[in-house]
Design a protein around this ligand. Sequence first.
Ligand SMILES: NC(=O)c1ccc[n+]([C@@H]2O[C@H](COP(=O)([O-])OP(=O)(O)OC[C@H]3O[C@@H](n4cnc5c(N)ncnc54)[C@H](O)[C@@H]3O)[C@@H](O)[C@H]2O)c1
Ligand SMILES: [Zn+2]
Length: 365
Amino acid sequence: MAYKITKVKNIFVNLGKDSYHIIIDKGILNQVGTLISKVISPSKAVVITDKTVAQLYGNTVLNSLSECDFEVKLVSIEPGEDQKTITKAEELYEALFDHKMDRKSPIIALGGGVIGDLAGFVASTFMRGIPLVQIPTTLLAQVDSSIGGKVAVNHTRGKNMIGCFYQPKAVFIDTATLQTLQRAELIAGMVEVIKYGMIKDAVFFEYIEKHLSEILELDDVALENIIYNSCKIKAHVVELDEKEVGLRAILNYGHTIGHALEALTLYKKYRHGDAVAMGMIYASKIAMELKLAEEIVLKRQESLFRKLGLNLKDNELNPNDIVRVLYQDKKTVRGKLRLVLPTRIGEVIIADKTSDKVIQDVLSS
Ligand SMILES: NC(=O)c1ccc[n+]([C@@H]2O[C@H](COP(=O)([O-])OP(=O)(O)OC[C@H]3O[C@@H](n4cnc5c(N)ncnc54)[C@H](O)[C@@H]3O)[C@@H](O)[C@H]2O)c1
Ligand SMILES: [Zn+2]
């Protein structure tokens, strides 16, 4: 089935008084000043970014904001997950005080998910919350972390353990920024894109299958389409369940086992996307074992992941260890393991009665 080429690139996330727009456009970075001034009156502002992104896009964003009368300062930190700490947040509070930010002055998070989560956490806590604008520049941040309002820093006891829900005032996605992104980062984002097709939209899944080469060649229309459709699915799920009391858990498809693989290898062996792809494959095998899904569901995902050069299984970890870590997941409810399992392409269920034996058998196979 042909998938319609999207014309509308503006998604309204309806969360009552916390509603906001996601605007997707190639080259939008040049206009962020004008766009932000539509939701926040010109004032002081701090752009938080990392050094790689600052070098590539810092000046464009600064100029655009200055032209619209924002009194703006750019703070750039080292890139990397190890920056997502409470210590770094404290340094950023200092920068906000130095710039004399008040409760109406916005933080602009310019970068990948690390920057979005950290700058978002800082915005949510400084003076009990100041406005936040997300300008995500990795595919993962554009389709996932910048939408939905989860902000956090890591703790030595666990990733993303210190945080809250805090919605941005707007999200601006410039697809052109993906042209400078490393291939491995693009692939990591693609795993989440495929996840959206799997959990909610079989037609979108088919679009990805048919247009994978254009996507990987960074074709503008293909990129815009996958980002638009992914954001729409995530926004819709978040609208229905902002604080993750139920449905939002479907976004964790592939993530429960994926997180266990990441944690057991101390976040060193696998990138998040690699682990989630394997998690999706294991979840599909469990679904097959339970006669919830047919083999084709597994095969179509495997085929996409192979084309992306991803591994389909882990060969080293002990299945018993994986199951043990699964029970430590912060999403475990009253000691019950909740797995998101596919029933067909475009549909998943939340299962909380899967026996450890089935999981173990699949992990060992
Ligand atoms: N809040 C949420 O709902 C949510 C969801 C998923 C992931 N996350 C978080 O997101 C983080 C991962 O995000 P990520 O994958 O974007 O990683 P990242 O922020 O570390 O960015 C990856 C790398 O790409 C570089 N980069 C960013 N944009 C670039 C561009 N346009 N061109 C060239 N280089 C660029 C960065 O400097 C960095 O080195 C994790 O901390 C994870 O916990 C949060
Ligand atoms: Zn993820």
